[in-house]
Design a protein around this ligand. Structure first.
Ligand SMILES: Cc1cc2nc3c(=O)[nH]c(=O)nc-3n(C[C@H](O)[C@H](O)[C@H](O)COP(=O)(O)OP(=O)(O)OC[C@H]3O[C@@H](n4cnc5c(N)ncnc54)[C@H](O)[C@@H]3O)c2cc1C
Length: 490
């Protein structure tokens, strides 16, 4: 097997959409069910049929049965005039000559082993994790790259996950939840984030938005709000930060003024995940002065006077919208006040303590995906006559990455098990968030290094993983703020 020439490639794709490069003229083109013209040649592609560029050297094996989501399966051998450079949302398996095109989302990529070896509390959890992993790998992973590239918010995916019970794993069954311990929920979340980080983070955010009602709401509020929130027909957003109140949330200026049987909210929240797509906004607003002057409200998305800014242009998590939310005299009934006047700060901090574990688990999943991609690539890529995975320099880097992923997982699970047993877990949650998100940043950066120049291109997902990792060190309390939380508890 030679490694330094382009093609011939034998590869299999499960979707008929891809970005191809012509080495004759260097041009790239997106191909979708049809014909694509490079300046030098014409490329024809039919669903379930052949990709033909050089008839003398191109053979097709197909059609193969279509998979879900309108995917088209095919198996092609193409000649050495053309090499598939990138597969946007495609599952591609390539071997023979040239730079390896590794199937990074293959079900056999090692995550299965992780799933089978997880320490889970019972057989139900083992079955659940198997279902979640299959869903994540078959339905989320193949769509992630495309959706992130096109900045498409996956609203339908959240609806589907709600119907599957994946948005309510950690909540009581009497209100429509799945009644799972936090340690099971977080491991399921890890599988989701490993497949598609925006969906993992979105699941964590939604889970946090249900927390104030589930924990501090009256029975009437639980009956009124929770079934739809936990059932997934409603998606939530958590509106705490403001332009002038990030780490220092007590500096918020959004105000809620009592007017008869209503509160009237006025102000602007910043950085709100799911902004413009959510169905309700758990909103923290000032009803008095100081830290004890903050209250928590359930604000429906269709309330008059609620407006959303243009989505932020972010470096990663581009499938998840982040906007300002402006309250222009938004009126909500007094019945939508959660936990009583002045309880907002303790509700916000309590929700964030549990929410941070969701970010830790998501970051761990992202790091696991990067590790899997890097180790699969290292076994395929040959330099100096051998797979680069055989070099000790690479082995040590991969070993360090594996140790960081395992440490992150151990820490969030320790905090989750304490939470499940009713023990204090504030310090442990802050440690888990800090260590897991730092691990994600480091492991995804190293994954780019393992892939060399290819890691720096969008042909492979690791550069996206690296961009996605950065924000985990920032939101739900920066890692500097986690250190403050840890130090205060010593
Ligand atoms: C993609 C994205 C999604 C988000 N989603 C949401 C959401 O859904 N809801 C929501 O309410 N918010 C959300 N946020 C906001 C996020 O929680 C804040 O960005 C974060 O809390 C930091 O606030 P800031 O950006 O104002 O930074 P600042 O608070 O201005 O911090 C700037 C720097 O100063 C450091 N710093 C600040 N105070 C201290 C201190 N005391 N000691 C040491 N260092 C300090 C910080 O660590 C940071 O490095 C989101 C942010 C992003 C980027």
């Amino acid at each position: 097997m030679k490694n330094e020439v382009w093609g011939p490639y034998r590869w299999e794709a499960k979707r008929s959409v891809g970005l191809f490069a012509s080495p004759c003229c260097g041009a790239t083109a997106v191909v979708e069910h049809g014909e694509c013209r490079f300046p030098c040649q014409t490329l024809a592609m039919e669903p379930c049929q052949t990709l033909a560029m050089d008839p003398r050297q191109t053979r097709s094996q197909g059609p193969a049965p279509s998979a879900g989501y309108g995917e088209t399966s095919m198996s092609i051998i193409c000649g050495d005039h053309m090499a598939p450079r990138q597969a946007l949302g495609m599952e591609v398996q390539a071997w023979t000559a040239g730079p390896p095109s590794v199937n990074l989302h293959s079900p056999d990529r090692g995550l299965k082993g992780e799933t089978m070896e997880r320490l889970l509390p019972n057989d139900d959890a083992t079955d659940l994790l198997e279902v979640v992993r299959d869903f994540a790998q078959s339905e989320l992973a193949p769509r992630a790259a495309d959706a992130e590239e096109n900045e498409e918010f996956p609203r339908e995916t959240f609806r589907q996950m709600g119907e599957m019970g994946l948005l309510s794993l950690a909540y009581p069954e009497e209100y429509g939840g799945s009644g799972q311990p936090y340690e099971t929920y977080l491991q399921a979340l890890e599988e989701i984030a490993a497949a598609w980080m925006s969906v993992g983070v979105g699941t964590s955010v939604h889970t946090m938005t249900c927390y104030p009602v589930a924990t501090f709401g009256t029975d009437e509020q639980k009956q009124r709000f929770l079934p739809e929130m936990l059932g997934g027909s409603l998606l939530g957003a958590y509106a705490l930060s403001e332009a002038g109140a990030g780490s220092d949330v007590a500096a918020m200026t959004t105000r809620a003024t009592r007017d008869g049987d209503d509160y009237v909210l006025r102000g602007t929240k910043s950085w709100i995940s799911h902004g413009g797509h959510a169905d309700f906004y758990i909103t923290f607003a000032r009803t008095g002065e100081g830290k004890s002057g903050i209250s928590c409200f359930h604000v429906p998305a269709d309330a008059d006077g609620l407006e959303f800014g243009v989505p932020e242009k972010k470096m990663g998590l581009t499938g998840s919208s982040t906007t300002t939310v402006t309250y222009d005299d938004v009126r909500v009934p007094v019945d939508n006040l959660i936990g009583g006047e002045g309880k907002g700060m303790s509700i916000a901090l309590s929700a964030l303590t549990s929410g941070r574990l969701g970010i830790a688990a998501s970051a761990t999943g992202l790091a696991q995906a990067a590790l899997d991609a890097a180790s699969a690539y290292a076994k395929e890529r040959h330099q100096f006559g051998q797979a680069i995975a055989g070099f000790q320099g690479m082995q040590f880097m991969l070993a360090d990455m594996a140790a960081k992923v395992a440490s992150a997982r151990a820490l969030y699970l320790d905090a989750a098990r304490r939470r499940d047993r009713g023990m204090k877990f504030v310090r442990e949650a802050a440690i888990a968030k800090m260590v897991a998100t730092d691990a994600a940043m480091s492991v995804t950066t190293d994954a780019v290094q393992v892939l060399g120049g290819y890691g720096y291109t969008r042909d492979f997902p690791v550069e996206r993983y690296m961009r996605e990792a950065k924000v985990t060190q920032i939101f739900e309390g920066t890692n500097q703020i986690q250190r403050l939380v840890i130090a205060r508890d010593l």
